[in-house]
Design a binder for this molecule. Structure first.
Ligand code: HEC
Length: 124
C-alpha cells in the first residue's frame, strides 16, 4: 500500500504533474519581499555595490540565519557589526529564515540589477 503510494508520487513528480518547487518558491517570494530593506545595502540580488558591504548571494542558508541571530544577540562584534544590529533586531526568526532562503537561492540572472543604461522602473 505505502509502497504503491510512494511509486505513484514518484511518477507524478517525474512527469511534472506536481510542481515540486511550488512550496520553495513561495518562501523565495516571501523572503524577497521581506529583504527589501536589506537590498539597499546588500544589492537586489545580494551583490553589494559598496566595497565594505558584504555580498549575500549564494551564501549558505544556515550561515545566514546563524549570522543574523548572532547580530541580534550582539555576539558578533567589531567591524561594521553595529550597522547590522538594528537590522537584525527588526527580524523574527521566521523573517531570518525567509530572507536567508532568498539570498541563498537568488542569482543575478533571476534579478535584473538596475544599471545606468537601464533605469529601474519607478512603478512597483
Ligand atoms: C545600512 C546598510 C545595511 C543594511 C540595510 C543591511 N545590512 Fe547586512 N550588513 C551590512 C554591513 C556593513 C555588514 C558587515 C557587518 C560586519 O562587519 O559584521 C553586513 C553584514 C551582513 C551579514 C553577514 C555577512 C557575512 O558574510 O558574514 C548578513 C547575513 C547580513 N548583513 C544580512 C542582512 C539582512 C538580512 C538585512 C535586512 C534585514 C541587512 N543585512 C541589512 C550593511 C547592511
Amino acid at each position: 500500500m505505502f509502497k504503491q503510494l510512494w511509486l505513484v508520487s514518484l511518477g507524478l513528480l517525474g512527469f511534472g504533474v506536481i510542481p515540486a518547487t511550488a512550496q520553495a518558491d513561495e518562501q523565495y517570494d516571501t523572503g524577497q519581499k521581506k529583504a527589501a530593506v536589506c537590498m539597499t545595502c546588500h544589492g537586489k540580488a545580494g551583490v553589494s555595490d559598496i566595497a565594505i558591504y558584504p555580498n549575500l548571494q549564494g551564501q549558505k542558508f544556515e550561515y545566514l540565519v546563524t549570522t543574523l541571530k548572532a547580530y541580534k544577540r550582539r555576539q558578533r562584534t567589531g567591524g561594521l557589526a553595529l550597522v547590522m544590529y538594528e537590522q537584525a533586531d527588526s527580524l523574527t526568526e521566521q523573517d531570518m529564515k525567509d530572507i536567508s532562503y532568498f539570498f541563498s537561492k537568488v542569482t543575478s540572472q533571476s534579478i535584473s540589477e538596475p544599471t545606468q543604461s537601464k533605469p529601474e522602473p519607478s512603478a512597483q
